[in-house]
Design a protein around this ligand. Structure first.
Ligand SMILES: [Zn+2]
Length: 84
């Protein structure tokens, strides 16, 4: 993660522990992704529950880097206002 925004020089690491709250955002996002995966797996593919756990693990790991970054982005947008 860069130290500052390349456009407006906003410092990303505002204070120690600032991104702890992004975990709640990541929880919300990953819940949506995993619920959608479970729904599609069960309703469309008629997947047995035993294999569903592997599918959820795979999709969870697949989306982890994207969700972590998106959650941090959403979190900083909640607290830092900016003009473009
Ligand atoms: Zn910026």
């Amino acid at each position: 993660m860069p130290e500052r925004c390349s456009v407006c020089q906003q410092k990303f690491d505002i204070e120690p522990g600032f991104y702890w709250g992004a975990m709640y955002v990541a929880y919300m996002l990953s819940s949506g992704v995993l619920l959608a995966t479970a729904g599609i797996s069960i309703l469309v593919f008629k997947m047995p529950v035993f294999y569903l756990w592997f599918a959820l693990g795979f999709v969870g790991l697949l989306f982890l880097p994207y969700i972590a970054r998106l959650a941090r982005s959403i979190w900083i947008h909640i607290f830092v206002s900016y003009r473009d």
